[in-house]
Design a binder for this molecule. Structure first.
Ligand code: ADP
Length: 275
């Protein structure tokens, strides 16, 4: 009897392919600059405040370039093994499991390390040999040197606003990257994004953007960061669910941003002035 014919073996990296176009509204030349950097296989650093579109931009670019996207949200407990992989015990003994970075390197994905400075410094050092002419990743525990797939690219993001002496991008790391700078877009573009993403009327979106502008002016005067585009979208989504606009601004913008009662009062009156 003939052996059954195996169906096509699915490549696990296919799970990371982005099938439909993520909406991204460009604000300058960032799409062309990214394409040029990718064509030269240069690593990219996306700089900018939280919630201003960096992740959405990478998703859009991965879709445009038809590359799988492996995203890792970095945090302070993250070790180099979390990125590159480790030996794990299973029924057959110890088996090596590639981490997300190694999988991306082997299979030609774009690997996006979000908020890379949050990770421990030994973690950032493992990416160095991937970001120069060597383009390889040493797996010390496995005694293997993985040569990067020709389509592999490394992208990291970094919020200079959070920077402290302890959590700054090392000079030897930052000098390996081309950088694209992000900020909150111009009011008209931001309103367009909020209207589309939250599914609200253009006028509601414009009001939310005015609220954001007020909060951004309070940065450094009691606020660590102003309201992000992400927060405006959340407020818009609440209004689309029937929550009155002022309450939506409280829930999605003022309360998450501010703890101190005085600043909260200042922020709340700024909101009322915008409505
Ligand atoms: P970051 O990675 O900078 O923290 P995100 O990319 O997650 O921020 O952005 C937050 C949300 O804001 C996105 O999910 C998206 O809805 C919206 N957004 C921000 N900028 C844009 C843009 N230029 N085009 C489309 N959506 C955007």
């Amino acid at each position: 009897m003939n052996a059954p014919i195996a169906g096509p073996v699915e490549d696990p990296i296919d799970a990371y392919r982005i099938v439909s176009e993520p909406f991204y509204r460009p604000f300058a030349q960032e799409v062309g600059h990214y394409e040029a950097a990718y064509a030269a296989r240069l690593p990219i650093l996306l700089k900018g405040p939280t919630g201003c579109g960096k992740t959405r931009f990478v998703e859009h670019m991965a879709w445009r370039l038809k590359r799988p996207l492996v995203t890792v949200s970095c945090h302070e407990d993250m070790t180099a093994s979390d990125l590159v992989g480790r030996f794990l015990l299973d029924a057959d003994g110890t088996v090596w499991h590639d981490g997300p970075l190694t999988a991306a390197v082997r299979h030609g994905a774009i690997c996006y390390l979000d908020e890379v400075v949050e990770a421990r410094q030994d973690t950032t050092v493992v990416i160095h040999s991937l970001t120069d002419h060597r383009r390889h990743l040493p797996l010390e525990k496995k005694n293997e040197l993985v040569q990067a797939h020709p389509d592999f690219q490394l992208v990291i993001s970094y919020n200079p606003g959070y920077q402290s002496v302890l959590k700054d991008l090392k000079e030897s790391t930052r000098q390996r990257f081309c950088a694209i700078s992000f900020d909150y877009p111009d009011a008209a573009i931001e309103a367009e994004i909020v209207a589309r993403e939250a599914g609200v009327e253009p006028e509601t979106a414009r009001v939310l953007v005015r609220v954001a502008e007020r909060s951004r002016n309070l940065k450094g005067h009691g606020l660590r960061e102003g309201a992000s585009t992400r927060m405006l979208i959340a407020a818009g989504q609440l209004t689309a669910q029937g929550v009155p606009l002022e309450e939506a601004c409280q829930i999605a913008i003022v309360l998450p941003l501010v703890d101190e009662p005085e600043i909260r009062a200042a922020m709340s009156s700024a909101v009322s002035a915008c409505l």
